[in-house]
Design a protein. Structure first.
Length: 244
């Protein structure tokens, strides 16, 4: 797959010549243009449900708090519906990866280890988020993940394996490639990809190669899932915004 093949396919879109802001949200030229353009990134509709969880008064066992919509479905591996794993957190799944948005300004990646009860943060621009701000960003994850495992446990025997005690977390700073402002999204996904595959961050993974990383990502997506820009949310999952 070459860049010119993707470009030729995108140019067939009737909206191709429209300015980016006027393109329909789910059209190939918009999706791939944003993905391939330095300093641009795909839109996000992440909404924090942690304030609701935190404001609830727990019962005598520390339970009874509200979790985000769709949380059980994620735990059971039944959403997103187009690629169900049907693997249960803590039973079939030990590691969870997620991109996390900070104030609609910056993306970081997190790796949640259920057996270790610990979260590693990979940040492509470490200076962007202060330690105090990162504590605030991570509070929902260190608190709600252990809670979810207890609430969704499939049996009493399984439930006793877990505790409501918050997880610990650390931001890894050594050996984490840094990028220029605006390229944090692709770098976030590359952190997750490399770690999930068990490979070291490559030497070419740096701020000088941001455009190349974007282009390769666009080509990989086009090769595997060319019509992904048309996918609609079929899971009724407004809070977690699976498809955005």
């Amino acid at each position: 797959m070459k860049s010119k093949e993707l470009t030729a396919w995108v140019q067939k879109d009737p909206s191709y010549k429209l300015p980016l802001k006027k393109k329909p949200r789910r059209c190939p030229s918009r999706f791939y243009q944003v993905l391939r353009t330095p300093l641009e990134w795909l839109t996000d509709h992440w909404r924090a449900s942690y304030p609701d969880f935190k404001s609830d008064t727990p019962d005598a066992n520390g339970l009874g708090r509200r979790l985000p919509g769709g949380a059980w479905n994620y735990h059971a591996g039944v959403i997103p519906s187009f690629c169900q794993s049907k693997k249960v957190w803590g039973v079939d799944v030990d590691d969870i990866y997620a991109p996390v948005n900070f104030k609609n300004q910056h993306w970081i990646a997190i790796w949640i280890s259920i057996p270790k009860r610990h979260i590693i943060v990979w940040d492509s621009i470490v200076s962007h988020i202060s330690p105090e701000e990162l504590d605030e960003v991570m509070e929902p994850f260190v608190t709600m993940v252990p809670y979810l495992l207890v609430v969704c446990a499939l049996s009493d025997e399984q439930k006793v394996q877990y505790t409501l005690e918050p997880y610990t977390y650390a931001r890894q700073t050594v050996g984490v490639p840094q990028c220029r402002a605006g390229d944090c999204g692709p770098f976030t996904l590359k952190y997750i990809e490399c770690h999930a595959l068990g490979i070291e961050f490559p030497s070419a993974f740096d701020k000088k190669h941001g455009k190349t990383i974007r282009e390769k990502m666009a080509l990989d997506i086009f090769r595997e899932l060319p019509m992904c820009h048309e996918w609609e949310n079929q899971d009724n999952d407004e809070n977690l915004a699976t498809y955005d």
